[in-house]
Design a protein around this ligand. Structure first.
Ligand code: OXD
Ligand code: MN
Length: 602
């Protein structure tokens, strides 16, 4: 449970490394005047500081040290049961006009929201410690790298930000002392962890974020969804680059030819698994490496898109992670990891549904209650998470820290769809690809509060993360395509199609390599494909099925384009565009008409 712990008393050499930047110092003082903490702790990201904070967190009961033989240097945190996922209904984009936030965001006028938040923050840290976290997003020598400062009263946030971002000295040095430098101001307070006082607010024009009333990662690790995506997407449009909810992976052939692809899937649809894929035996000599598992920042150079991962760690969904589904993630989270809301076994190990082996006969569940395999509730929360440094990943790409980024050969959209969407298809061109991204949909998961399993449109997987008007975002995509002389090819995948018996048709996981291989073949210009009304799909001879054990009939089902399903899909697109109230660019309406014509002629 989230503890509202009293102030900590660090030794004199810890928590004192202040930046000399006057703008930051003044801002910190103004937040301190408002929240009135007992003391201010300046984080430097050092090992000594981390060890001190871990021992404090353990002493306060905000983390539990796990069995050090099984999971060295790893800890368990439990958030409040009312606070286990991102809260899109309490997430706001605060811009001078409602139109700037657009039809997909909650909006509030900045002055009004500041007033409300300042009222909530007044005296909120009394008797407690206020931590100041300097951090950098992006490789240090990337022109896209951004500096942020997050103020928080949660020690769990500090410990997690050290994993998720490049935190400490480096950020302070990079910002320097110029008071006009660009940096993000983030304020987080747990308040009393009350859903009625939970607001995640973004002020793009001020490069500022205020998050109150939550202790759950996606709401409070301000580097991630708030800065790298919501503020990031706003800055990206202004500055002519792309900030996307995409993994980045490298795929290398036995001959040493390497491509990078970026893929946007909605939350909890397997981005981390795909980014760490292990090719099946049949693909001996092929290697997949991870640049990032959640966010891509991409800029144009030499007519191509080049991507960096702004993050420094992975905040992944735990349940379902196993040596079968993702051996690389299992290795990564076997040490130096903070788990949130998993179960605790009697011998101090972390446990979750879907972990290898048998369930333990007894455990303490994510709420802190006794649990046995007979219990009707799950031991780990479905949205329980790991935070683990990317350096733990055995297949981390050698260019993960390269500021120049990696060149992107293909962009993949995808979602969780029981029907309609074939295993893979390729867009005819960038504009058609933008249409596919803008209309993509997925069945909802536990990553956000709300009903699970409903199909919702989630353009480019950015519905909860686009920090400005979605119509302008679509325009930015279209305009970006025009600036690319060598654009990535665009694809759509669906690992989740089901047969009439309700079972998944495709084995997924490592076998997704077969889809990736076709994508790479297409990017190299030698892969065949058949033209259909929705795009290109592989013909049987283009798609490697050796040693797969999936029948030709099942493959036909996986690639079936069923007129009645596509009629429904088209109506879904039209309804979605209509719901956006006139902001959708003409090019995309025209793409829909063209798709309707092609389907009618089919
Ligand atoms: C995440 C999400 O945590 O997308 O990455 O919800
Ligand atoms: Mn995500």
């Amino acid at each position: 449970m989230e503890k509202l712990a009293p102030a900590i008393a660090p030794p004199p050499d810890i928590g004192t490394a202040r930046t000399q930047n006057r703008a930051v110092l003044d801002w910190v003082q103004s937040v301190a005047r408002l929240t009135q903490p007992e003391n201010i702790f300046w984080c430097d990201g050092s090992q000594g500081e981390n060890e001190f904070l871990l021992s404090e967190a353990e002493r306060q009961g905000s983390v539990i040290k796990l069995n050090q033989e099984r999971v060295p240097r790893s800890y368990l945190h439990r958030s409040n049961p009312n606070d286990v996922a991102r809260v899109e209904q309490f997430t706001f984009i605060c811009t001078p006009t409602k139109e700037e936030a657009g039809p997909t965001n909650n909006w509030s006028a900045p002055a009004e929201m500041y007033q409300k938040l300042h009222r909530l923050l007044a005296g909120a840290m009394r008797g407690r410690t206020m931590f100041v976290i300097p951090y950098m997003m992006g490789p240090p020598d990337s022109p896209l790298a951004k500096i942020g400062f997050e103020i928080t009263d949660s020690i769990y946030v500090v410990l997690s930000m050290r994993i998720m971002s490049r935190m400490g000295e480096g950020a302070v040095k990079r910002l320097g002392e110029s008071t006009s430098a660009e940096w993000n101001r983030g304020v987080h307070s747990l308040l009393d962890v009350n859903p009625e006082r939970r607001f995640i607010c973004h002020f793009p024009q001020d490069n500022a974020i205020i998050s109150v009333g939550s202790g759950y990662g996606g709401n409070v690790l301000l580097s991630k969804k708030c800065l790298a995506l919501r503020i990031g997407s706003y800055l990206a449009r202004k500055q002519g680059w792309l900030a996307e909810h995409m993994l980045i992976l490298g795929v290398e052939s036995p001959e040493g030819k390497k491509h990078y692809v970026a893929a946007a899937f909605p939350s909890a649809c397997g981005k981390t698994n795909f980014a760490m894929l292990i090719p099946p035996r049949h693909f001996a000599g092929w290697k997949v490496t991870t640049v990032g598992d959640d966010i891509a920042w991409m800029q144009i150079r030499d007519g191509r898109l080049w991507a960096v991962n702004p993050e420094n760690g992975y905040f992944g969904v735990v349940p379902g992670t196993s040596y079968k589904s993702n051996p690389n993630a299992m290795r990564a989270i076997s040490h130096d990891t903070i788990y949130t809301n998993v179960a605790l076994t009697d011998d101090g190990d972390a446990w979750w549904e879907g972990k290898d082996g048998n369930p333990p006969p007894h455990a303490i569940d994510w709420r802190g209650d006794d649990w046995t395999p007979q219990s009707k509730d799950k031991a780990a929360h479905p949205n329980s998470r790991f935070a683990t440094p990317q350096r733990n990943n055995p297949v981390l790409d050698s260019d993960f820290d390269n500021g120049a980024g990696v060149p992107i050969s293909a962009i993949i959209f995808g979602g969780r769809r029981s029907d309609t969407m074939p295993l893979v298809f390729q867009a005819f061109d960038w504009e058609h690809g933008t249409y596919i991204g803008s209309t993509m949909a997925s069945e909802t998961t536990a990553a956000a509060t709300g009903v699970v399993g409903q199909v919702r449109r989630d353009p480019m997987a950015m519905l909860p993360f686009c920090g400005y008007n979605i119509g302008d975002y679509f325009r930015h995509w279209l305009a970006t395509g025009k600036r690319l002389s060598n654009p990535p090819l665009i694809f759509h995948v669906n690992w989740f199609r089901k047969g009439a018996d309700g079972r998944f048709l495709w084995p997924g996981f490592g076998e997704n390599m077969r889809v990736l291989k076709w994508i790479i073949d297409r990017a190299e210009g030698h892969g065949g494909g058949a033209e259909t009304p929705i795009g290109f799909i592989p013909r049987p001879e283009d798609f490697d099925l050796d040693e797969l054990g999936v029948s030709r009939d099942t493959m036909r089902e996986l690639f079936a384009i069923k007129p009645e399903e596509w009629q429904r899909e088209l109506e879904g697109h039209a309804k979605f565009f209509e719901s956006l109230g006139g902001v959708v660019p003409d090019e995309l309406h025209k793409q829909r008409e063209k798709l309707a014509d092609r389907l009618a002629q089919h």
